[in-house]
Write a protein that binds this ligand. Sequence first.
Ligand SMILES: [Zn+2]
Length: 181
Amino acid sequence: MAVDGGNMAQAVIDTAYNERKRLHTGRSRTVAVVLFGLLIALGFFLALVVGKADPNTPPTCDGKTMTRHSECRIWSSRGGGGTYSYDEMIDRRESGNGVWRVVGFGGAGVAAVLMVVSIAKLNPNRPWGQPVGAACPRCRELNLREKHTVHSVTRGRTTHRYSGIVTLCTPACGFSAIRQR
Ligand SMILES: [Zn+2]
């Protein structure tokens, strides 16, 4: 496919503009906090509701509540079949619940760490990119900052990635440039 180099360079610059805007309005951070907040809630739900420790409720066998003296026969083609007593069925249930607690609390912990990292990284007061030690050719001020930026275009199953180091001046000046690494 023929690629129009000029248009793609402008597309990468536009991507950088959009990233800077989302960073400074705090939108990126809001999205990250909501997303990780939902994952933390899901983790707690799995750990505390799905994986709730419940050693006193009678176990069920094939959907029927067991009594103290009943047995449960489980057929399984994957192993783990057999005949289980009331207490053994409670143990089976509790070990299954334990797995959900590990998954739930583990997932919530990872999401919490990622949330803290993204709050710091996506701080709206944090400037976009790295400072450039040269004056802007348009406004002559030392306001230039640069960042490696990727613009992805998906056509069907193929994703094309165009990237470059984008240099931006302040929005008031509007100067932009792109170069390859
Ligand atoms: Zn400038």
